[in-house]
Design a protein around this ligand. Structure first.
Ligand code: HEC
Length: 365
């Protein structure tokens, strides 16, 4: 069944160059002047043969060019045809390869020819677009040919980044290799070179993609905010400084630097500035206090915040306020409103909107 299918495919595709046809006019070894007018092809180099075939392909030639124009148009491309002719002439006892080989070679010649022409003078952008074509043709080759597939050790192939020109040159070399192959082993070697190229490109792209994805993929350690009062107290230990104060108003008291130790004693400076940028310092006082974290409740914006009792000075005069963790190392400190002045637990500072609060950032150790 497979044989029949293959045979019918061969007949529907023009085969490489049916040398038997040439013999009638050129002689068995291309030793005659065809129809008395052509050169003796046997004495021509491969490059000269190709040149002559290219001329016919362009519609040019000698007085009897029409005969050859027809022949050339049946062939695949002139590189492969010239290689065929030259090889046949110069290989003693040359035997026409079997149909299956011709079919396989033809597929390779055709595929590589297309890729080669497309890659020629391709810039980076065009090359990028052509990569799928290269990969897909290589995939075709190995899918079709188990022997070829088994002869490639994919584990040994390393990612590579080719420039468009380098890739083009590799394809040209593989195509040239295929043109000059007349046996299975020879053809496989050339196909292997091409499949390796495609695999190197594929792996190179995969690596590049991985690099691009990595920064996003690198998971930040889960930012876990304190869940209990004890955790909140522990999280507050450290050195804090003002990172931002939304729309600071002039003449605002604010804590610029605070260090909180394990006994929840805060040492810092309360400073008063005349400007929003905190550049013109008007006054500063040392402001040591201890504090205690109470329960998790809601600020006046109905979002969670911790109750904090600050105990100021020698008398431990309490100021009731709230803090909100926006990150493990970033807290907002509540500001007072008219009704919430921080003087009684019920009227603790709970205002997290508008120009207040300053946002404190803990310095990382
Ligand atoms: C019907 C006869 C005929 C057949 C069949 C034929 N050729 Fe030719 N070939 C000619 C003639 C006639 C010329 C010279 C044409 C011209 O005036 O340019 C020629 C020219 C050539 C040339 C160029 C030689 C030169 O003078 O520069 C090559 C190469 C060639 N043929 C190869 C082939 C191949 C390969 C085949 C088979 C696929 C083939 N020919 C089949 C008649 C034939």
């Amino acid at each position: 069944m497979r044989k029949v299918l293959l045979a019918s495919m061969i007949f529907t595709l023009p085969i490489l160059a049916d040398m038997d046809r040439c013999v009638a006019c050129h002689g068995v070894d291309f030793e005659k002047k065809a129809l008395g007018v052509s050169r003796v092809v046997k004495n021509m180099s491969e490059a000269e043969i190709k040149e002559a075939l290219d001329r016919y392909k362009r519609g040019e030639g000698g007085p009897m060019k029409e005969v050859m124009i027809k022949e050339v148009n049946v062939g695949v491309d002139t590189d492969a045809m010239a290689a065929d002719v030259y090889n046949e002439i110069h290989t003693p006892g040359f035997e026409e390869p079997d149909s299956e080989f011709i079919f396989k070679k033809r597929r390779s010649v055709r595929g590589l020819h297309k890729i080669k022409m497309a890659l020629k003078d391709a810039d980076k952008k065009k090359y990028q677009k052509l990569k799928p074509q290269i990969k897909s043709f290589a995939f075709d080759l190995i899918t079709y040919d188990k022997q070829l597939r088994d002869s490639i050790n994919f584990d040994e192939i390393k990612p590579k980044n080719y420039t468009p020109k380098e890739a083009f040159e590799k394809v040209v070399a593989a195509k040239k290799c295929v043109d000059h192959s007349f046996k299975d082993e020879e053809l496989h070697k050339c196909q292997r070179d091409f499949v390796t190229l495609a695999a190197e490109i594929s792996l190179g792209d995969a690596m590049a993609l991985q690099k691009k994805i990595k920064p996003k993929d690198k998971k930040k350690p889960e930012e876990k905010l304190p869940q209990t009062a004890a955790e909140a107290e522990k999280a507050l230990v450290g050195t804090w400084s003002v990172e931002c104060a939304k729309g600071m108003e002039p003449n605002t008291w604010m804590s610029k630097e605070v260090t909180i130790d394990n006994n929840l004693t805060a040492k810092g400076w309360m400073k008063i500035y005349a400007d929003k940028e905190c550049k013109k310092l008007i006054k500063e006082i040392k402001n040591n206090y201890t504090f205690k974290v109470g329960s998790l409740t809601l600020g006046d914006d109905n979002k969670e915040a911790w109750e904090v009792d600050k105990l100021l000075g020698e008398e431990k005069k309490p100021v009731y306020t709230m803090v909100r963790f926006v990150a493990p190392n970033k807290v907002l400190v509540a500001g007072a409103t008219k009704s919430n002045d921080g003087s009684t637990p019920q009227k603790r500072k709970n205002h997290f909107e508008d120009w207040w609060p300053p946002c404190l950032k803990k310095e990382s150790k």
